[in-house]
Write a protein of this length. Structure first.
Length: 581
């Protein structure tokens, strides 16, 4: 724990705990930020790093939920589309518009099946023809009209569709083109939400790698990574542990059965021809079995996802070989003129969606809506427990706002600030048009003496936080670059290690940066990061060696990546790091 965090710990101990949030995924972090902005003294803890569980395993989309239209969840679509539009403004440093292409294989197929689903059928998905796609995209535009920032959809016939996507199979009859959004660094945004909360209220405290030890007589106790014991007497507890919600409730003495999650896996392909042919678009398509898949460009790679398989143990979830074969076969069917094989796979990951328990026969039909059931105080537990169930990445702010309003009402407090138009982290004062960007980059380049191109690169990576990074005092220079990843500097790593609540080397490699998922890290580069972090934390040589070895193991065993050779394939046992709360 740094001196600054020790002071925060002391401040919070003196002030007392209004709300304890267990789980620092995007929902927990969003709530922490919202409550801190209202002046509540909050603690947020996670059994691993911030944003290291389900929140690190999404399709990396910020979307309105087009497929939720067919289950009649119009309120969810409307909220999702609004939150998508807001994130394009509030997190412009890592959320950007994504034009999306839907290949259509018939004109009228699926109408009656769609009507059955709309009326409550729990049957499996089915093919959607041009009529359904047109109706769906028109509704999508309508529900996305609030705070609109992107163009409306269009439906094009086969010839034009294949001009847009030349490798798409000849079997299509038309194509739909609409806009959603993608998030380049979801893990960083979760950290920035926590950081915003800490900046908003000096009496708030955040800790990763905190083990829930006991809950007794109104006191909840955690063991922190540095051996410190954290004992709290909260006014209210929020269980935001995602797929671990039932486990946490058990530990708190309140067994529950709220979660019925499904596994979503993804892979990344080193396939330059595919990425070029996508031309900045995502293809959102039906696989041969009717399930929805997607592929789009991500840091020069092609991100492919996702599966939707019933699963219950988030500590063992992993991307299995049959899932990768499923992705590759689906791509071969959709894009028959391109070659796909396992040797192109550079990274895999998987996570459990913390969905509500459901009797749906098709996992894709389980609602992605959210709820916050409350267990009232009883016996020797004087605090209520609110569990954040379900939800999706895109709607975290709205979910947090709803939960925060409930918490405020229960504690007799009032909302003093809305987060609706409040920028997040490096999105604050972010220049959103070319003229403003050029002005910001030019001014920062002049102030720091750095090349315009480098300032522009860091602005895209960290948002306006890049200015503080470049002007920070450090023993390392921005001109010193990582081996094998020359677009990252020693200065960046030093800043992250000292400023961003890092505990382990994996926090830097997997979450504060995209070095791992980009597949550009070499052993020499990892050792560079280890030495820089070791200097910041006073690690011994043995500690540095063990931290480097731990990252190598995680990447090899749980992401199928062997960094010794740089960007490598997943081999025969692709797996994903177990998620955490």
């Amino acid at each position: 724990m740094t001196d600054h965090m020790k002071q925060r710990f002391a401040n919070h101990t003196q002030a007392g705990t209004d709300v304890l949030i267990i789980g620092a995924g995007v929902n927990g972090a969003g709530l922490f930020r919202d409550l801190a902005l209202q002046g509540l003294n909050c603690v947020i803890v996670d059994k691993s790093d911030f944003g290291s569980g389900t929140s690190a395993a999404p399709s990396r989309l910020i979307h309105g939920g087009l497929k939720y239209l067919e289950t009649g969840e119009f309120g969810l679509v409307a909220q999702s589309a609004l939150e998508r539009n807001l994130l394009l403004k509030n997190a412009a440093h890592c959320v950007e518009a994504l034009p999306t292409f839907i290949p259509v294989f018939s004109w009228t197929r699926g109408i009656w099946a769609a009507l059955r689903t709309l009326l409550g059928s729990k049957t499996a998905p089915r093919s959607r023809g041009a009529v359904l796609v047109k109706i769906g995209l028109s509704l999508y535009d309508y529900f996305g009209s609030r705070d609109r920032v992107m163009p409306r959809h269009r439906l094009v016939l086969k010839r034009r569709a294949r001009q847009e996507m030349p490798h798409v199979t000849q079997d299509i009859v038309a194509g739909g083109i609409y806009f959603d959004a993608k998030i380049s660094r979801p893990e960083r945004l979760v950290f920035e939400l926590v950081e915003d909360g800490l900046k908003a209220n000096e009496n708030c405290f955040a800790a990763g790698y905190a083990t829930l030890v006991a809950s007794k007589d109104g006191t909840v106790t955690f063991a922190l990574a540095d051996g410190t014991e954290l004992s709290l007497r909260p006014g209210l507890v929020v269980n935001a542990a995602g797929p671990w919600i039932d486990k946490v409730n058990d530990t708190l003495g309140e067994p529950s059965r709220l979660i019925g999650g499904t596994k979503g896996s993804h892979i990344l392909l080193d396939h330059p021809e595919l990425v070029r042919s996508l031309n900045g678009h995502m293809i959102y398509f039906e696989a041969d079995d009717g399930r929805i898949c997607l592929v789009y460009g991500y840091f020069g790679l092609a991100l492919v996802g996702s599966t939707d398989i019933p699963a219950s143990n988030p500590d063992e979830v992993r991307c299995e070989g049959p899932e990768i074969d499923y992705f590759l076969e689906s791509l071969r069917s959709l894009l028959p003129t391109l070659r796909f094989d396992r040797g192109q796979v550079t990274f895999s990951y998987s996570g459990i969606r913390p969905l509500p328990a459901s009797d749906a026969t098709a996992p894709g039909l389980i609602s992605r809506d959210h709820s916050a059931p409350i267990l009232e105080p009883r016996g020797d537990r004087p605090f209520a427990i609110m569990s954040l169930v379900g939800g999706k990445w895109t709607t975290f702010r709205g979910f947090a706002e709803e939960a925060a309003d409930t918490v405020l009402a229960r504690l007799g407090r009032e909302r003093v600030l809305s987060t609706r138009y409040l920028a997040i982290g490096g999105g604050r004062d972010f220049p959103t048009d070319e003229a403003a960007r050029s002005e910001w980059v030019g001014a920062t380049a002049k102030a720091t003496g750095k090349p315009v191109e480098r300032v522009n690169e860091l602005l895209g990576r960290y948002g306006t936080t890049a200015s503080a990074m470049l002007t920070s005092r450090s023993a390392h220079s921005d001109d010193e670059r990582l081996s094998g990843a020359s677009h990252y500097s020693f200065l960046e790593i030093d800043w992250i290690a000292r400023q961003e609540l890092v505990v382990h080397l994996s926090d830097i490699v997997l979450r504060r940066t995209t070095l791992a998922i980009e597949g550009c890290l070499t052993m020499e580069g990892l050792q560079d990061i280890g030495r820089i972090a070791g200097e910041a934390f006073g690690w011994s040589e043995d500690r540095i060696t063990s931290e480097v070895a731990a990252v190598v193991t995680v990447l090899r065993e749980f992401h199928g990546q062997d960094i010794r050779g740089g960007r490598g394939g997943v081999g025969e046992r692709p797996m994903s790091r177990p998620a955490s709360a």
